[in-house]
Design a protein around this ligand. Structure first.
Ligand code: SAM
Length: 289
């Protein structure tokens, strides 16, 4: 039959047939390397029992491989111009649903309930548009979806921040936010050459496995995340100084020192040295303040 969509020749043929012009503003960098796609599918743990959700199918490079390896694929695409292209490139597969919607606006929980079997494992797999990687991932993580994992191609530096451990350069509030919901791992770095057009940044495949429950107990999640963010707001400042700026007079420095002491955390430390349990202890010590 036809070569896969994710080959340079077939992609060029499709692009020229539809006179498609890339929109940089939508993060359109299409994959043209079947080997990379095999790696994504393998790391995602996809098999014929699984449902797959894709964000941004483009012209269907990854979608086609998901259709071959999964039971069913549901893909959200914002760019209307791609709908007729996908209808064409995926016409051989009867297990794909394309939904024309901005993923940030989509009711993903309702779609999962509607499109997949109740007990079916569902995985999110995507080559994400880089301009909104973090908003997309945080939306999907916060909504308490019935999904098993997310395996995503994203900017290398962002992947490293999401998977970072304490006391490293990449560790920050994004590491805590992502690892509160998932076990995060960078599984592979990917060269620019596998994309058309080639992006300006390097990429990595990030694997996120959903946790059954958060690894720490916090009294108030919003306050926990606020305090984590505040602790990193000026990386070179001490915890005491960052938290003093955060409370902005609503709690004075002595009161903040007392809370730090109650939590068993030295205020002279920097945010980057605290692990998630220490941030939870710290936030919980501020409960009700
Ligand atoms: N999956 C394809 C591939 O790997 O070749 C395309 C990946 S491309 C990096 C990102 C895709 O996401 C594009 O098709 C783009 O139109 C789409 N997209 C951008 N913003 C989106 C949004 N908010 N919701 C859904 N899709 C979006």
């Amino acid at each position: 039959g036809k070569p896969f969509v994710a080959t340079p020749a077939r992609t060029k043929e499709i692009l020229s047939k539809y006179q498609f012009t890339f929109k940089k503003s939508l993060g359109q960098n299409f994959l043209v390397d079947v080997n990379i796609l095999s790696n994504i599918i393998r790391h995602a743990g996809i098999d014929k029992s699984c449902g797959a959700i894709e964000v941004g199918p483009g012209i269907g490079a990854l979608t086609e491989q998901l259709a071959i390896h999964a039971d069913k694929v549901v893909a959200f695409e914002i760019d209307q111009r791609l709908l007729p292209v996908l209808e064409d490139t995926l016409s051989d597969y009867d297990n794909v649903r394309v939904i024309h919607r901005d993923i940030l606006e989509a009711d993903v929980a309702a779609v999962i309930k509607e499109q997949f079997e109740p007990e079916q494992p569902v995985h999110i797999v995507a080559n994400l548009p880089y301009y909104i990687t973090t908003p997309i991932l945080m939306k999907l993580l916060r909504e308490n979806l019935s999904i098993s994992s997310l395996t995503v191609m994203i900017q290398k530096e962002v992947a490293e921040r999401m998977a970072a451990v304490p006391s490293t350069k990449s560790y920050g509030s994004l590491s805590i936010a992502v690892q509160y919901y998932t076990e995060a791992k960078v599984v592979m770095n990917v060269p620019k050459t596998v994309f058309m057009p080639q992006p300006n940044v390097d990429s990595s495949i990030l694997r996120l496995v959903m946790r059954d429950k958060p690894p720490v107990e916090v009294n108030d999640e919003d306050q926990f995340f606020d305090i984590v963010k505040a602790s990193f707001s000026q990386r070179r400042k001490t915890l005491l100084n960052n938290l003093t700026s955060f409370w902005n007079g609503r709690l004075d420095k002595d009161a903040i020192s007392a809370v730090l002491e109650a939590a068993g955390i030295d205020g002279r430390r920097r945010g980057e040295s605290l692990n998630m349990q220490e941030f939870a202890d710290l936030a919980n010590a501020f409960t009700g303040k």
